[in-house]
Design a protein around this ligand. Structure first.
Ligand code: DC
Length: 228
């Protein structure tokens, strides 16, 4: 697709459904910017862990957030955008299980969400973005032109996440990965502030049994329809 008008595409859904894979492909096809909103919650979690912030204390959270600067920067070698926390590239370290174990707890905090959502909305001012997360179609961009809600069978999601983590750390076990995924699913969908749910006008995409290319072709059709 060449030179398409700028719209906002939101991709929400459960952990390890392949949201970022689809979002990156789509952004490349459309020459849009890809924004990984989960990376922001992960970077905030990393900051809290490193600085021993007691995130059960709203006052401590508010004060800590004032010292956090988040930025996405392009890596010109691989064409990907990477997360920077106070000027440090944390793209790799935020994918660690240590962060994954705590991120849902941190992402459930009202002050943290307000901090992240305000920045996400700024990034969408010019449109021409694909943003993935949990509340992008419901809270961040409720008027987005195309909203996708991704799901996949749990066993398949566990396998996908396991393979991803195993490459970095061969000591990780499938039981650990399953427990983390189940916990995150539970917290993400039961939290008080912006729980994970499908927006009424989102299209559901279950990719348990479809391949990455087939999925992209399907979504490109939806984009064409939205662009009229
Ligand atoms: O997409 P991810 O696995 O990198 O997300 C990390 C965590 O952040 C996940 O537990 C849910 C949370 N998250 C969120 O609450 N809202 C978003 N828009 C994106 C992620």
């Amino acid at each position: 697709m060449s030179s398409v008008p700028a719209i906002i595409i939101t991709i929400d859904g459960w952990s390890s459904c392949g949201k970022s894979t689809l979002a990156k492909q789509l952004a490349r096809e459309l020459s849009y910017t890809y924004i990984d909103s989960g990376a922001m919650y992960r970077a905030i979690t990393l900051y809290f862990l490193r600085n021993h912030i007691d995130w059960t204390s709203p006052a401590e959270v508010t004060s800590a957030l004032q010292h956090i600067s988040l930025e996405f920067r392009a890596n010109h070698k691989n064409g990907q955008t990477e997360m920077y926390l106070n000027g440090e590239n944390v793209e790799y370290v935020i994918r660690d299980l240590v962060v994954a174990e705590k991120v849902s707890e941190v992402a459930a905090i009202r002050e943290v969400r307000e901090f992240a959502v305000a920045q996400q909305q700024m990034m969408g001012r010019q449109k021409g973005i694909v943003m993935d997360g949990r509340d992008i179609g419901t809270v961040v961009f409720p008027a987005a032109e195309l909203k996708i809600f991704m799901t996949a069978d749990k066993a398949i999601r566990v396998q996908r996440r396991f393979h991803e983590l195993y490459e970095k750390n061969p000591n990780v076990t499938i039981d650990e990965v399953r427990a983390n995924l189940e916990l995150r699913d539970y917290i993400d969908s039961h939290r008080e502030v912006s729980p994970l749910r499908k927006a009424a006008d989102a299209i559901e995409l279950d990719n348990s049994h479809i391949g990455i290319r087939e999925q992209l072709e399907l979504v490109k059709e939806w984009v064409k329809q939205r662009l009229g």
